[in-house]
Write a protein that binds this ligand. Structure first.
Ligand code: ADP
Ligand code: MG
Length: 262
């Protein structure tokens, strides 16, 4: 059989696209048969790996992309960078443990959630990013259309589910019970990364019911790491640097929701 026909049959599209370059390099470097074969297969494997990352990044639906390298830890001294590095090692995903990021607006909760999500994508895991609001819209719609079971199953599938912005909107009783069902489904099976501007003490209010809030927290926190960021808003720092705020006081609306009770 012809080589390009074989590559086509074997679906080695990346090697097929680069075969001339791979062969030329091999002859330049005078590679032996084994080294050449390894080089050729690695070309195919690299191509597939990259394609996998791109596909999983698309499926993750991140609102924007940020990495851990882009996070300025010096700006946020309350955050233990070793703990973040440990999480970036992804053993929490292997063990289906959860990560909870708490802190006032602008301190980098979403940035860190996305950055850990990107790490998970690179490590080969499926990831999905949702705000609490979009999650709730999705679950309530599924409930009303009598297909909650399927919707819950789809939400158990990603190895990492990021739920951003818990606490900005209070949940109705139906929403709280749907959220509880989701957390119960994923418990010990797959990881959640959640962010909230409210301390755990205030979760009773978010869930409109202290009993449901306790049940949710019980499962969420059983196997989990909580990062409690207590610093200043990075957004305000940037505005201040741009001279937009000068020395005037920080607007209260941005900072008033500092979690209490830690
Ligand atoms: P939060 O979700 O806590 O409200 P974000 O993660 O949305 O905050 O952060 C607000 C903006 O500031 C984002 O653009 C984010 O990338 C940036 N940011 C926040 N903290 C840092 C940091 N320590 N280093 C670099 N960028 C940061
Ligand atoms: Mg955020």
């Amino acid at each position: 059989m012809e080589l390009d026909h074989l590559l086509d049959k074997l679906r080695m599209e990346h090697l097929e696209a680069q075969i001339d370059a791979v062969c030329e390099q091999a002859s330049q470097k005078q590679l032996d048969y084994k080294a050449f074969l390894a080089q050729a297969l690695e070309t195919e494997w690299q191509g597939r790996y990259q394609k996998g990352i791109e596909a999983r990044l698309r499926l993750a639906r991140f609102p924007w992309l940020k990495t851990l390298d882009q996070f300025d830890f010096d700006f946020q001294p309350s955050l233990d960078r070793r703990q973040v590095r440990e999480l970036a090692g992804m053993s929490f995903v292997e063990r289906a443990h959860n990560v909870i990021l708490l802190g006032p607006p602008g301190v980098g909760k979403t940035h860190l959630a996305i950055a850990l999500g990107v790490k998970a994508v690179e490590a080969g895991y499926s990831v999905l990013f949702l705000t609490l609001e979009s999650l709730m819209t999705r679950l309530v719609k599924a409930f009303n259309e009598n297909r909650l079971e399927r919707s819950l199953q789809q939400l158990v599938y990603p190895k990492v589910l990021i739920i951003d912005e818990i606490g900005y909107l209070p949940l109705s009783n139906l929403e709280a019970s749907l959220f509880f069902r989701l957390v119960t489904r994923r418990y010990e099976r797959a990881s959640l990364i959640v962010t909230s501007n409210k301390s755990f003490l205030d979760w009773g209010e978010i869930f409109n019911d202290p009993v449901v809030a306790t049940a949710v927290l019980d499962r969420l926190l059983h196997y989990s790491t909580t990062l409690n960021i207590k610093g200043e808003s990075y957004r305000l720092k940037e505005k201040r640097r741009a001279g937009l705020l000068g020395k005037v006081a920080i607007p209260q609306a941005e900072e008033q929701e500092v979690p209490a009770g830690f």
